[in-house]
Write a protein of this length. Sequence first.
Length: 179
Amino acid sequence: MEKVLVIDAEKCDGCRKCETACSLQHTGTENPDRSRIRILTWEQIGLHVPIACQSCVRPFCTEVCPAKACHKDLKTNKVVIDKDKCIGCKTCIIACPFGVPRFDHVERVTIKCDFCDGDPECTKSCEPKAIHYMDVEFVGMNRRRDVFQKFLTDYMAGNPIALEAHTGFEQGFPVSLVR
């Protein structure tokens, strides 16, 4: 079964322990600059968003890599970078619409999340549980449940502004809750 990293930005507190755990796992050093996962931070609004490879269905990074170091593993369905083939041209970094791959200035190759071969360190170190590694078929079900729970909380609190923001009504929520 295919698994993916699922990010809950609302839970991320910006501690960066995931970056530390990742760099320690891959390089033996606690250096967030060498981490395969990154936390994007907007301090002025208190938003922290962990980002990692999405292993896109049609990954642009694999299409532009001249050395074919960046490729999709057909067995795991994950995008991987073979650092022995990587020539450090950075075209995959430019091609990624999410800006996920990074250049490791120590090894002189491009790096990205490899999901720690199926046991991601970032998920273990994330105390607020903002990062999960789960079966892809459960992702949609969990998101629908979360939207419904948030809607129900807002509904029960009588928050009309928040209620208008929910667009899940068309997704099969009971009409009686909407009225």
